[in-house]
Design a protein around this ligand. Structure first.
Ligand SMILES: [Cu+2]
Length: 299
């Protein structure tokens, strides 16, 4: 693992030298899941995920912001599905089996230790010892609600209709159904009947991030799953999103097959060209805890 550090914010590194991180220091190489650490701790993929959620925040209110985020729910589905598919490809190439969905909420989870400090708050992101299972969290949700919301969403998919806030049945159409479900699963202010279909994705992220101190008696800081800049580091992220994606796939399986006109498009030659961008990021969250904030560039 290596990050190309070109400039230090505190002047610690005088020249534009790469810094190589010893893989032995960032985790336990005897843990099979650690083989995928290069993917999960990649600064670019974490920046991408953070940036996506900045562009499409779940707090987006079109009537306040003055702009509708076109197909936000559909993009939520598509972006996370693509990320998980790529992760599974890398798992297979490392000799690991595909991601197992996290859908049994009584399951005792594997542990994770981020070795990471937030320079924003000064707190260490919490460790999750192995063997803990999802617990009711007073300020987030109770586990039974997550189960109830999942059943209601699956019922909507199987019946092909969603119940809106006024009790009306809204049909999940091939054009807009995935967008509606994406908005309901994340969810956002644009979600249909949030009271009834709940807040599965965001709540489970938060409940996992507090799994080590669910009732707050130890005043422990949250784990990386609470933060879009860091959540991809934890293997449980991909297991949660495999569960979420399986719900979307259940809906996709109900749709008619595409015909020719659905998949044809006018293409321009330059749309097929490869663009390599050089980007620069400041890593106040998302590098290794022993390092201070760095500016990094990557292509
Ligand atoms: Cu996300």
């Amino acid at each position: 693992m290596a990050g190309w550090i070109v400039k230090s914010l505190n002047g610690k590194f005088k020249c534009e030298e790469p810094i190589f991180m010893d893989i032995i220091q960032t985790g336990n190489i005897l843990d099979p899941e650690y083989q995928l650490a290069y993917f999960r701790e990649d600064i670019s993929v974490n920046s991408h995920h953070w940036h996506w959620h900045v562009v499409y925040p779940h707090t987006w209110k079109p009537e306040v912001m003055g702009k509708v985020k076109d197909r936000k729910g559909e993009f939520f589905y598509y972006m996370h599905q693509q990320m998980c598919a790529r992760y599974d490809c890398d798992r297979l190439s490392a000799g690991l089996r595909r991601t197992i969905p996290f859908h049994n909420f009584n399951e005792k989870l594997e542990g994770y230790s981020p070795h990471l400090t937030s320079l924003v708050s000064g707190h260490h992101y919490a460790n999750r010892p192995s063997g803990l299972s999802l617990h009711d969290v007073k300020q987030v949700a109770v586990v039974q609600d997550i189960v109830r919301w999942r059943e209601r969403l699956l019922t909507a998919i199987h019946l092909g209709v969603v119940i809106d806030n006024h009790g009306n049945e809204i049909v999940l159409t091939p054009e807009h159904g995935i967008d509606m479900l994406g908005a309901m699963l994340e969810p956002s202010y644009e979600s249909m009947n949030r009271e009834y279909y709940g807040d599965i994705h965001n709540n489970v992220h938060d409940m996992i991030s507090l799994i080590h101190d669910p009732d707050g008696r130890y005043k422990e800081y949250r784990g990386v799953m609470a933060d879009t800049a860091t959540s991809l580091r934890d293997p449980i992220f991909y297991r949660l999103h495999r569960f979420i994606d399986n719900i979307f796939q259940k809906y996709k399986a109900t749709l008619p097959v595409y015909d020719k006109k659905d998949v044809s498009s006018k293409t321009r030659e330059d749309e097929h060209s490869l663009h390599l961008l050089e980007e620069e990021h400041r890593t106040s969250r998302g590098l290794f805890s022993q390092q201070n904030a760095q500016k990094i560039t990557f292509t």
